[in-house]
Design a protein around this ligand. Structure first.
Ligand code: ASP
Length: 320
């Protein structure tokens, strides 16, 4: 995968996963996102780093945050954005995914942002491209959501200095969550040692699953959250579950919902995160989601800067 994602001189070529991405590349993207955030606050003029470039959003699964923020990020860098309308495209006439991609490539575009329910689709597209275009994975099945991992790391990095001293719990539907995988990848690379995964047994991956090696697995959330600096809550991915496996929401909330009482077991000021969309009072209580320790909307804001930084890395040359 590294050969696909990185050029021979170590620059990003595509962004498919954070797994195995060198720390220096991740830190360069985060530094760049931070600089863009500072510039936007200071009212700097919009950048024209991507003037003349075209980005196509190809979302085969629904999205609010990721799609809108890729759109905004690209436009704020001066690119032209096409939100490809899959429902009204020849996809519904049976045109294959790769024929669709090659058709769009023939019109000259520079980047495809791809979300798909099948794990591996962005990688397949990247391997079959016939042009210089790059692929950005906007979430594929339960495999990876790399820009979410980056924006979560950016959000945490702004609040905490040293990742190596952090205790972080990721709680919820770990088994089906691409966010959990990308968060674990990036947090490990940045040095987090105490990474805890908590879920009902049927939503935890089997012990020894390679991508979660070195994480501590918990079934009891009261134990898992104790002493943590950050709690990352996940949505129940019902669309990826067998109907019979969907837990009762009330029961799930009683055992795994982040309530004020549970949050009090963490370190004082424990940061609360959720990638959205949240199911209120299923994964997280209203007062916690909207409370002073919640970074949920800050994550959303940082998503635009993280995506601007990735686009700049991929398409914009070296100067930020
Ligand atoms: N928005 C995130 C994703 O697409 C998280 C979620 O849907 O639960 O993976």
């Amino acid at each position: 995968m590294q050969n696909l994602q990185l050029t021979s001189d170590g620059r990003l070529r595509h962004l498919i996963t954070l797994a195995g991405l060198p720390r220096a590349v991740i830190e360069r993207v985060l530094d760049r996102a931070e600089a863009m955030r500072r510039d936007s606050r200071d009212g700097a003029r919009p950048l024209d780093l991507l003037a003349g470039r075209t980005l196509i959003n190809l979302f085969f699964e629904p999205s609010t945050r990721t799609r809108t923020s890729f759109d905004l990020a690209a436009q704020r860098l001066g690119a032209l954005v096409i939100n490809f309308d899959i429902e009204r495209s020849s996809t519904v006439k049976g045109e294959s995914l790769l024929d669709t991609i090659h058709t769009l490539e023939a019109m000259h575009c520079d980047a495809f942002v791809v979300r798909h329910k099948e794990s591996g689709t962005p990688e397949t597209i990247a391997r079959h491209l016939r042009s210089h275009a790059c692929v950005l994975n906007a979430g594929d099945g339960s495999h990876a959501h790399p820009t979410q991992g980056l924006l979560d790391a950016l959000t945490l990095r702004r609040r905490v200095g040293d990742f190596s001293r952090l205790s972080v719990v990721v709680c919820g539907d770990i088994r089906h969550s691409r966010v959990a995988r990308s968060d674990v990848d990036v947090l490990r690379t940045l040095g987090v040692r105490d990474l805890r995964l908590c879920a009902p047994p049927e939503l935890l991956p089997a012990p020894g699953t390679a991508e979660f090696a070195q994480c501590t697995l918990f079934h009891n959330f009261d134990d898992a959250v104790a002493g943590c600096d950050a709690a990352i809550m996940l949505r129940l991915q019902k669309e990826r579950m067998e109907a019979a496996a969907i837990p009762s929401e009330a029961d799930y909330f009683a055992r795994y919902g982040l309530t004020a009482a549970r949050l009090a077991r963490a370190k004082p000021g424990c940061l609360v995160m959720h990638p959205g969309p949240i199911n209120r009072n299923v994964e997280i209580a209203d007062d916690v989601a909207d409370g002073a320790q919640s970074l949920i909307l800050e994550q959303v804001a940082n998503g635009v800067f993280a995506r601007m930084a990735v686009l700049a890395e991929l398409l914009g040359g070296s100067a930020a």
